[in-house]
Ligand binder design. Sequence first.
Ligand SMILES: [Zn+2]
Ligand SMILES: [Zn+2]
Ligand SMILES: [Zn+2]
Length: 459
Amino acid sequence: MQQIDNHNPSGGPVLAFQEFIHLESRSQIDLDLLRGYDAIILEQETLHYGIQIIEKLRNFEDNRVYLMPVFLSTKSENNLLNNLVDGILDDQDIVDSINRSAEINEIVHQLPIPLDHWGYEETILFKQFQYLLSRNKDLTAIPTRHSKLGFHFPFLNGFFKQSEKLQMLDLLEHAVNKRWLIPKLKDKINICSSCYGGYLNFRESCNKCNSIDLNVVELVHHFRCAHIAPIHDFDRGDKMVCPKCTKELRHIGIDYDKPSQVYNCNTCDHQSQGAAMKASCIDCGKENSLDKLITRSIYDFQLSALGEEIAKYGLNKAVSASMPDSTSNSNHLDWAIFEIMLKNEMLREKSGNINSYLIFINLKQKDFASFDLGTKQKLSADILNHLSNYLRPMDILGLKNLLQYGLIIPDMEEEKVVEFCELLLNNIAVLLENNLKLGDDFMEINLIKIDSNAKFPWA
Ligand SMILES: [Zn+2]
Ligand SMILES: [Zn+2]
Ligand SMILES: [Zn+2]
């Protein structure tokens, strides 16, 4: 541990005073140890322990600790670690580090801490925004092979296990939809559909038996007799002779050409013009066909004005600042309220001779699993808007989740409601097919008469 203060060389007043704590490799850190210090100096850290200490630090509840400036004593061989700290002592005058630390802490001391009743995801976004604000920098995705996705987001990364990194991207996209972060496209990744790993090995395999033991064989086309065969059929030691017309082939381009190649499988002997490219996952071993890989965009993010508000004043104020969210234009009900309305309609049916129907629209999870949260939210907003266009004033629209919608259609004849249902089905199908490439059968619609015996698909 070391106390460093920064005296003006002329003996004038102290410009800043920051107390640093030195942490060595494998130091155990706890709150009591860190309180009372202003910044941390990591000694010669290996990547693993360095990240471990930083991520543990970011998990504490006290903002003076989770936002504490961290410096490396000397530059790490790994660029990732260099990117996670606020400075490297070797690289700069100690006074600069002290000033940097003081600058960060001055902001940190004005920031609130997360409240107990916030959810986990709200809390980490809030802390992340504070981190960006106190450092006055953007959230930059750092390419690294030490992350399963291939990219590391400073600060946020420590809150997600390796297997949950896709949720991390979802959370960031959620923040973009809320206009808390402003994205800038950086890269696209293709990841394993089973474990979301980005460490993939691409190679060709047999169309028939999936073996990767393939030979590529060139085809030879003899102009004179038009015979085409694999090159080894022409091979006669030091010359090439056509097996069909027995003429010698001398000059490529004059006697013959090589129009294409074929793949010969050494496992099953299958011969074909093309081989399937497969991506095998180094982490879990899954063989992914290319169209089954999950493609996601990687962005750098800038904190928006609203994001800054959240960092400074907490989430509640910003949420009530009521930025219009993408679904707020349509008149739909939360599902809990929708279900109450549905119960009312069942009671109404009991007391009189009425025909009311429930339409339940279910977009199948499996067809939409590979879409990111942002796409699904956009889709859902479009569908809600679309549905509300068709509704009469007395009809009720409910949103169960981004893929499931309910409609209560009071007082309509069966024939009419069936027609109405078909109209909806067609229109949603057109809407989705125009926007996305989907297989057949990605949606089901249930039409249920509302009476006291009615069974609902979600119950
Ligand atoms: Zn995998
Ligand atoms: Zn084969
Ligand atoms: Zn020939």
